[in-house]
Design a protein around this ligand. Sequence first.
Ligand SMILES: [Zn+2]
Length: 110
Amino acid sequence: MTKKIQLSSTIICPECGFKKEETMPTDSCQFFYECTNCGKILKPKVDDCCVYCSYGSVNVPGSMAIAIGSLVDDAIIYVENIYKQLRKNVVLPPEEKNPLLPWFTGHLLK
Ligand SMILES: [Zn+2]
């Protein structure tokens, strides 16, 4: 991943009203946030994915959704390639599957 997106959001503590600008993580959602003023641990509200959705001044913007989307796409392509290789191996006749394996087992089990 070469993409680096810096996103900041101001978290407003529901307990004391303290505001602090924080950088949102782009690789994951932040579930917990400790208020630097009163020390209260904030948790996301029921329907929200992270504390920035619940208490941040900005909602998770579209650019972050795109960043996550491309990450997921890369992962899917990677997994599909592995499956492709595995399927190829399954259709091969047994003697072509792994030429070294019978040699090893034949010599080591003597
Ligand atoms: Zn607070």
